[in-house]
Write a protein that binds this ligand. Structure first.
Ligand code: FES
Ligand SMILES: [Fe+2]
Length: 385
């Protein structure tokens, strides 16, 4: 984040803290429960948000070298991402062109070829079909048209996007980011190293994971014994961006140190938690000195299950044992808080949505990020406001 922007944000935060003033929306927002329990909406989401929409698949640091690969089975298709010899990331459907099984599992590094475990066909880092076992049995096969099926992909500002549905149609990451591109570029995310990714599965609609991060209103209550003492939970600054993206800033109590410093010596970022939504399904959190990402997907066939990739990225690769222990602790804290405090409540909410108690829930004026996000979901799905 540019110095001028940090100073401006710092001033806004300190004055909001002085007056205990959080960002407010004009009106209360009633969110229909169909948003979380309608099978029709879930089907639309699967098509429009998880097949047709370009999704953030990770950061550049997930694939630092040629031959590094990751797979993603939670988006709308089985996806394989590989960094090729020319430095570009390729995205493919993880589907063998012989009979359709998977050619890669999990993630790895330095892989030269992807050999199908079924009959041994092999593919290069560029997806080209290299080898056919007992070639003669297949006659004259055009290898060029039997490579792994490519998916549209872009790498920019340290993010990797791919669209799960194959097709030629290009997309523009800056447009997807709806005005956040320059700000995110300032973090230099292309230099961040991947520390760890975990997969979590929960019995709740995928959007409830996003919702967990979109207000600080609950922090002093739900998290009173854990993170509340460290955070000024009563004051959150919300800034909407186009296409469903947004930024929400919460300060740590250490921000008071800035009050005794001239503005040119402020190092604001270490005093902040900054929550970005990268529409539609990613929450990126700046945590003072590192990055977490939550990439969330619907799971199962209905509306009440989800899965997510939770990742931690560090400003430098972890080499020492001491650094490893430090980032392990960070991973542990981030998972413990949501697993013990937020997600059990969210799973209970999902069950409550089906109880008939109400047909909509309320987002208060002090929860503007929730209203912004959910109205963008509706708009993208073509549902009435
Ligand atoms: S399915 Fe891959 S080689 Fe047969
Ligand atoms: Fe929380």
């Amino acid at each position: 984040m540019k110095t001028a922007m940090q100073v401006e944000l710092g001033r806004r935060l300190l004055s909001a803290l002085d007056e205990q003033r959080t960002s407010l929306r004009e009106t209360v927002y009633g969110n229909p429960l169909s948003d979380y329990i309608s099978p029709e909406q879930a089907e639309l989401e699967r098509q429009k948000l998880f097949q047709d929409y370009p999704l953030v698949m990770g950061l550049s640091g997930d694939l630092p070298q040629a031959g590094d690969f990751i797979t993603n089975d939670l988006a709308g298709a089985p996806i394989l991402l590989v960094r090729a010899d020319d430095g570009q990331v390729n995205a493919f459907l993880n589907v063998c062109r012989h009979r359709g099984t998977r050619v890669a599992e999990g993630c790895g590094s330095g892989r030269k070829t992807f050999v199908c475990p079924y009959h041994g066909w092999s593919y290069g880092r560029d997806g080209r079909l290299l080898g056919i076992t007992d070639n003669r049995a297949f006659g004259e096969i055009d290898r060029n048209s039997h490579g792994l099926r490519r998916l549209p992909i872009k790498e920019s500002h340290g993010f990797i996007w791919a669209r799960p549905a194959p097709g030629e149609q290009a997309f523009d990451p800056d447009q997807l980011l709806g005005g956040l591109a320059a700000e995110l570029a300032e973090f230099g995310l292309d230099r961040y190293a991947h520390f760890e990714t975990r997969v979590l599965r929960k019995r709740m609609n995928w959007k409830l994971v996003v919702d967990t991060f979109l207000e600080a209103y609950h922090v002093p209550i739900l998290h009173r014994n854990t993170i509340a003492p460290l955070i000024n939970g009563k004051v959150a600054l919300f800034d909407p961006h186009k296409n469903g993206n947004l930024r929400m800033v919460v300060s740590r109590t250490t921000i008071d140190e800035l009050r005794n410093l001239p503005e040119e010596r402020w190092q604001l970022l270490k005093h902040l938690a900054i929550i970005y939504v990268l529409f539609p399904n990613v929450v990126l959190v700046w945590q003072g000195d590192h990055i977490e990402t939550w990439r969330v997907y619907p799971a199962g066939n209905g509306t009440d299950e989800c899965a997510m990739h939770v990742s931690l990225y560090t400003p430098e690769p972890t080499v020492s044992e001491k650094a490893r222990a430090h980032w392990d602790r960070n991973m542990d804290i981030l998972l413990r808080t949501v697993e013990r405090e937020d997600f059990p409540l969210a799973e209970a909410m999902q069950r409550g949505f089906r109880s008939g108690a109400q047909d909509h829930i309320l987002f208060g004026r002090n929860e503007p990020a929730l209203a912004h996000y959910h109205s963008a979901v509706r708009a993208t799905l073509g549902l009435p406001a």
